[in-house]
Write a protein that binds this ligand. Structure first.
Ligand code: CAP
Ligand code: MG
Length: 449
């Protein structure tokens, strides 16, 4: 009762102060506040810089919404009443805070805008030493203003005609330098060796030594041959990353030539570029593969930046069908958030019972996204990887295929054999006794424990 009275009193004082223009308008903290279902919630790791924790909280809440460094005479009572966010949870020891933002602060269907708010100027403020956006909870009205993935896990499994097992693929290596014909040949060997998918590398677009159109045409020709020879569905992911209009032109081109996929470097093209690609995909019906090259500039520092969880959530919302999530430290890239991210991109309703610093999220109409594990993987790492990530994963190996002593086709065979052994529950070393390519791979790279 006393609490309720104090809260009402505080609201009356804040309202009175705002009507009278008294300098209360930088106090966003209310630890009694219970967020409404319509609020956008953000969780931050916050380290103040030579100011109190409360001061840093208020600067963060203000700068990410309606405030600035001083009161402005143009502030209106209605703005303060309806649009001010609330810092409703502070854990000083863990340096964690949660802010609830009224949904009216955000334009439906516009990811660049929400990021310019909650992940905009705030990273550069003097009163904040370190700041990391750990997670966001998006309300139903906001989520429903997006289409989400066109295919997602169910649509991809249907199109690739692979019901249960993980999908396996390769990245043509070296990243750059091969001609269109050499690229297509390596793809052919990877497919006939048993892989489902072949993709371009993140920095291969259209250069003199390898032109986009010619590469796509030649590689799709090889795809068709490989499908005839193996009787299996084979898929090519061409990298369309470029200026926005050019990306749409490349989507039309690959579609016209019978390709099912388009790959984009989502960090490099930005949220606007990704939304444009997704919107155009309503017509193109391509599976969108999201590479995250450059993400670690934002995600790696655990004290400052934006978590990969947030990036993956927004990519799901906009509507990529599959996205790189790391290898749970099994491969060459650092990053221990893989399982958490995988839960988030696959779940219908994700609770906050993981690692304590994430928010529950309903995904309503938004389809689940396929997790892609890539980076330093080889046949011997498959069992450990799948034990952690489960079967709803696309395994991508570049060096782990083209670095095989027997060449690309043998490397592909070894990957397929390792997957078969895992699905049959047979230890790799035993399966290798009857599968030469796998034996060679184990001899070269071993088995990851
Ligand atoms: C892997 C890869 C991928 C990374 C991306 C590379 O090649 O093609 O781009 O895995 O990292 O260029 O390194 P290898 P992440 O198989 O030869 O390592 O998935 O973490 O975004
Ligand atoms: Mg790569």
């Amino acid at each position: 009762m006393r609490n309720l009275f104090l809260r009402c009193l505080k609201q009356i004082i804040i309202l009175w102060a705002s009507v009278c223009g008294v300098a209360m308008r930088n106090d966003y903290i209310d630890l009694d506040y219970i967020p409404s279902r319509d609020d956008v919630i953000a969780e931050f790791y916050l380290e103040p810089n030579k100011v109190s924790f409360e001061k840093a909280c208020n600067d963060l809440a203000g700068e990410s919404s309606i405030g600035t460094w001083t009161e402005v005479s143009t502030m209106k009572a209605r703005i303060w009443r309806d649009l001010r966010p609330t810092v409703f949870s502070i854990k000083k020891k863990e340096k964690l805070i949660r802010i609830a933002y009224p949904i009216a602060l955000f334009e439906p269907g516009n990811v660049p805008q929400i990021m310019s708010s909650i992940a905009g100027n705030v990273f550069g403020m003097k009163t904040i030493a370190n700041l990391r956006l750990l997670d966001i909870r998006l309300p139903e009205r906001y989520i429903r203003s997006f289409a989400g993935p066109k295919f997602g896990i169910p649509g991809i499994r249907h199109k690739l005609r692979v019901k249960r097992r993980p999908l396996i693929g390769t990245i043509v290596k070296p990243k750059l330098g091969l001609s269109e014909a050499e690229h297509a040949k390596s793809a052919f060997e990877s497919w006939t060796g048993g892989l489902d998918i072949v993709k371009d590398d993140e920095n291969l677009t259209s250069m003199n030594f390898n032109r986009f159109e010619k590469r796509v045409i030649e590689t799709l020709k090889m795809r068709d041959r490989a499908e005839n020879e193996t009787g299996e569905g084979k898929f090519y992911m061409p990298n369309i990353t470029a200026e926005t209009k050019e990306m749409l032109r490349r989507m039309e081109f690959v579609k016209r030539h019978g390709c099912e996929y388009a790959m984009v470097d989502i960090v490099s093209i930005g949220w606007s570029g990704l939304q444009t690609v997704r919107n155009f995909n309503e017509e193109m019906n391509l599976i969108i593969h999201a590479h995250r090259a450059g993400h670690a500039a934002l995600t790696k520092n655990k004290k400052h930046g934006i978590s990969m969880l947030v990036i993956a959530k927004l990519a799901r919302l906009i509507g990529v069908d599959q996205i790189h999530v790391g290898t749970a430290n099994v491969g060459k890239m650092s990053g221990d958030e893989t399982s958490e991210i995988e839960d988030e991109i696959e779940g219908k309703f994700v609770t906050e019972l993981r690692k304590g610093h994430s928010l529950e999220q309903f995904w309503y109409n938004i389809k689940p996204v396929f997790a892609v594990a890539s980076g330093g993987l080889y046949p011997g790492s498959i069992p450990k990887l799948l034990n952690i990530m489960g079967n709803n994963v696309i395994i991508q190996a570049g060096g782990g295929v083209h670095g095989h002593p027997g060449g690309s086709e043998a490397g592909a065979k070894a990957m397929r054999q390792a997957l078969e052994a895992y699905m049959k529950g047979i230890p790799l070393e035993d399966y290798a006794l009857k599968h030469e390519e796998l034996a060679q791979a184990i001899k070269k790279w071993g088995v990851k424990r």
